[in-house]
Design a protein around this ligand. Sequence first.
Ligand code: ADP
Ligand code: MG
Length: 451
Amino acid sequence: MDINNIWNSFLDKIKNNENVSPMSYETWFSKTILYELDENLATVIVPMHVHKKHLKENYNDIIEETFTDVTGSNFKINYLTEEEVEKNININTDDVGVPNIDSFESNLKDHYNFDNFVVGESNKFAHATALVVGEKPGTMYNPLFIYASSGLGKTHLMHAIGNYITINNKKRVLYVSSEKFVSDFINITKKTNKDNFDNVEFFKRKYRDVDVLMIDDIQYLGNAEKTQQEFFNTFNDLYGNNKQIIISSDRSPDDLKLLEDRLRTRFNWGLTIDIKPPDFSHRMDIINKKIESNGLNTNFPQDVKEYIASNCTSDIRKIEGAITRVVAYATMMNGSNITFDLAMESLKDYFGECISSKNKIDQVQQLVAKNYNITVEDLKSKRRTSNISVPRQIAMYICRVFLEKPLPKIGIEFGGKDHTTVMHSVDKIKKELKTNKELEKEINKIISKIR
Ligand code: ADP
Ligand code: MG
């Protein structure tokens, strides 16, 4: 048997050894070569110093045993890099650091999963697509590009996909922020010592030996040419091997002005989905889910939930913050008893700046509902009993006259009503106000509470 055949049979056996995972085989064995056999010594060429160290320390027994199996005699193994063979030297590897590829870090947080991702109108498409990618990574939507403003669940959804794949598919998933990608990349380019090669190789392994790569907040990739080039290479390598790529951003691919065109073009090869801010009922669902999962349902009043839902319209992180704040405040001040007044008090500075105009309509609805002991849902419903239709007309009136909102917009915000319906309601209240002083007082009281 010539030396190559010996080594090939050896590698075959190693590959099938149950103590050597496919990943380890790829990493540590696949690029080794048997250089020479000399009495009792076999010299093996390895790509890097790190291989020398790792093979010696972790696989030496398996290697020697297998090698004896193949050759029928006992050999000691001498691992050398090509450079060492050429220069006829042997560098001590005791202090070469070995990154541990076997205990692979996916960076996934298991509390972000599909079970606690609340689905509504604004994210149902994103959710459905994410499920498909979770079921069949690398096949249907590749790359998957998710964009939305901050706090709308991009990161949550990515982790959910990753967790789903790891549990059901046992594939290798890597989640990183784009900053992490950049800093990993900068680290390898900074180093100019002899280990540099190892670092480059490990960077590649980290980002390319995966089945699913997720890069969060790609807008922070930066405009450094080299980083973009490396990302481009990584992308192409994965894509070419049908590995799933998932990218998130706060804007659409076309709006990622800092990125090179060829990258943006590639993002558009797959599927681009966006997540919009949740509507009122979706926000209520989210609040209920958060309260339930924190075991707080019993003492969280409906009007407080509606108060939060009305004021936090565009950021789910903000909703979570509001719940936490109310609970903390109640614990401190009121023996854990949550009331509407307490919630108002605890959140008065919290909502402050983030009131957009849409928020104001929500706010009016909330205040009116509260004032008449009904719910915001009632106001948006089609019910016509006077205990609901009168407050609804009042709320519409305030939105029109005080907030000066367009009729169609008011219609939409009141459960999709026609603008003529809004107009009739406003007129009706105007007329009523000419004679009804009580009503005027009532309305002024509500208006005074709008910030
Ligand atoms: P983004 O990455 O878009 O800024 P995150 O994924 O970090 O947003 O979401 C912010 C917070 O809101 C997280 O705590 C997340 O769990 C929560 N969240 C976002 N979307 C949902 C949803 N649909 N259901 C439940 N929680 C959500
Ligand atoms: Mg995020």
